[in-house]
Design a protein around this ligand. Structure first.
Ligand code: HBI
Ligand code: FE
Length: 296
């Protein structure tokens, strides 16, 4: 593997320890990837595809095949960009890693998805606490081929830039929306509950846990409920929110959020594991196995 990513520092936040990287766009050093890097990609890709058939949403599986991604080697951003630009106007840019929220939102608003250029080490195959190339490329990029979801992500980016201008509280509300939809969202299909969240599809354990464990709550999508709900970045989710369709997600997030932020500013946030009286509860979790510490 060539030079290490330029990690700048680690920020301690209420969601856990967050690494912060240089924010520049970098070329994908494809010729520098080692055989081990390509092997990690292949192992993760094959394992996840096997787990996700029957668990991931139809849109995700169809889009991933349409991308022309294969397990054989780490895809070239330039190859994928040719396909994506034609399909939905999105393109991949290489970055060092996690970006400050405003930088990230600005990329999304301009239909640029930041993909970390490095892939995790073999010893991190089962878990890595920050987005690496596999999480971004395998998890996030395929759904950008879906026109409806691609539009959602671009309008989310515009909303993020606006929320940043409003203030920290609005930003916190909006990052929760991203967390409980883009990263950890579930969708109700005719033939059952399916995964569309990138944080889940790129994780073996959580792909199984989110649908089959009795522990987590599964609650029908509600924009303001989600914006109030706290989360941690270093545990399985205690609650998953379920959309009926991507159309529902688009419609629900169409209005101007400014009055919603103002209303939410007068209300307390909700712990990640809570179930509230007005929730559309699809499954009330047992809470079994939830670590008592770090309770959010
Ligand atoms: N940066 N590179 C990168 N990738 C992400 O998915 C990402 C990010 N910065 C912030 C972030 N996601 C989340 O906080 C979103 O809610 C904004
Ligand atoms: Fe992500």
């Amino acid at each position: 593997m060539n030079s290490q990513p330029r990690r700048v520092e680690n920020l301690q936040t209420d969601k856990g320890s967050v690494p912060v990287y240089a924010t520049g766009v970098v070329e994908q050093p494809w010729a520098d990837y080692s055989a081990t890097d390509h092997d990690v990609w292949r192992q993760l890709y094959e394992r996840q595809r096997e787990i996700l058939v029957g668990r991931a949403s139809d849109e995700f599986l169809v889009a991933q095949d349409a991308m022309g991604m294969t397990p054989d080697r780490i895809p070239k951003f330039t190859d994928l960009n040719r396909v994506m630009r034609d399909a939905t106007g999105w393109e991949i840019i290489g970055v060092e890693g996690l970006l400050p929220e405003l930088v990230f939102f600005d990329h999304l608003a301009n239909r640029r998805f930041p993909v970390t250029w490095w892939i995790r080490k073999p010893e991190q195959i089962d878990y890595i606490s920050e987005p690496d190339l596999f999480h971004d490329l395998f998890g996030h990029v395929p759904l950008l081929m879906n026109p409806l979801f691609a539009d959602y992500m671009a309008s989310y980016g515009r909303g993020g830039v606006k929320a940043h201008g409003i203030g920290e509280h609005a930003l916190q509300n909006l990052t929760r929306l991203y967390w409980y939809t883009v990263e950890f969202g579930l969708i109700q299909q005719k033939d059952g509950l399916r995964i569309y969240g990138s944080g889940i599809v790129s994780s073996k354990g959580e792909s199984i846990h989110c649908l089959e464990s009795d522990a987590p709550n599964r609650i029908g999508f509600d924009l303001e409920r989600i914006m109030r709900t706290r989360y941690r970045i270093d545990t399985y989710q205690k609650t998953y929110f379920v959309i009926d369709s991507f159309e529902q997600l688009m419609e629900a997030t169409d209005p101007d959020f400014t009055p919603i932020y103002a209303r939410l500013a007068t209300q307390d946030s909700v712990p990640a594991g809570d179930v509230r009286d007005d929730d559309r509860v699809l499954h009330r979790g047992s809470g079994e196995g939830w670590a008592s510490d770090g309770d959010v």
